[in-house]
Design a protein around this ligand. Structure first.
Ligand code: HEC
Length: 204
């Protein structure tokens, strides 16, 4: 999720918390304000902010009120959304995966409609050792394949995690790359290779 989206979510969550205590429907006011004052530009559409799916709504509106039961429900519903590769080909080219992981473009107001999105994995994860610029919102994925192995279970889990991170952690801050159409199946394959191919720099 980009900075602007995060700021908007924080605003909405704060508005909800205040509304619960006070009375006026601040959540609705915030929603109305966003709907009327934000303008769509290119692939950055207002709908993405004001029309959240059910899960995103729960994650945005009730961060404190969420119980283990709610989380389990979210994860079960998200698990059902995962589309695994029908042809049984799980890994593409790690070289392409590296480019996708480095690419932070896509779905922004300055991008052309229909342009290819990046995965921006380095914004949150360390992946290869010789890349010194990376974020640490997520755990380091350096030597991911070397440490986890490439059993069918790990391969399937990794695909699922990339496709819909919330299937394994409700309200994860990791984007739901496949579910939300950010990355294509071919791109997910390439990122999978980056994580799991023994020849990938991630596993050196
Ligand atoms: C906005 C931050 C963010 C981005 C971007 C992001 N991730 Fe994550 N990722 C996380 C967080 C946070 C976790 C750990 C919490 C969780 O499981 O959701 C995580 C967990 C993971 C895991 C599970 C690790 C484990 O130990 O099981 C994998 C695999 C992963 N990410 C791969 C990727 C790949 C590949 C990309 C790029 C296509 C990516 N992530 C992009 C935040 C991010």
């Amino acid at each position: 999720m980009r900075q602007i989206d995060k700021a908007v979510m924080a605003l909405m969550a704060a508005a909800c918390a205040t509304a619960a205590a006070a009375g006026p429907d601040y959540a609705k006011m915030a929603h109305d304000m966003l709907s009327s004052d934000f303008r769509s530009k290119g692939p950055a559409t207002v709908e993405r902010v004001v029309q959240q799916d059910e899960v995103q709504k729960i994650c945005s509106e009730q961060p404190a009120a969420r119980s283990k039961k709610v989380d389990a429900k979210i994860e079960a519903s998200q698990l059902k959304t995962i589309v695994y590769p029908a042809d049984g080909v799980w890994l593409g080219k790690w070289e392409e995966g590296e480019k996708i992981a480095q690419n932070g473009r896509g779905m922004q107001s300055s991008d052309a409609v229909g342009s290819v999105n990046g995965g921006n994995c380095y914004a949150c994860h360390q992946l290869r050792k010789d890349e010194i610029s990376f974020g640490n919102i997520g755990p380091s994925l350096y030597q991911y394949g070397k440490l986890r192995g490439t059993s069918p279970e790990i391969v399937r889990y990794t695909w699922g995690k990339i496709f819909n991170s919330q299937a394994f952690r409700a309200c994860s801050s990791m984007p739901r790359f496949g579910h939300n159409g950010i990355l294509t199946e071919a791109q997910i394959r390439d990122v999978m290779a980056l994580l799991l191919d023994p020849a990938s720099p991630v596993n050196q």
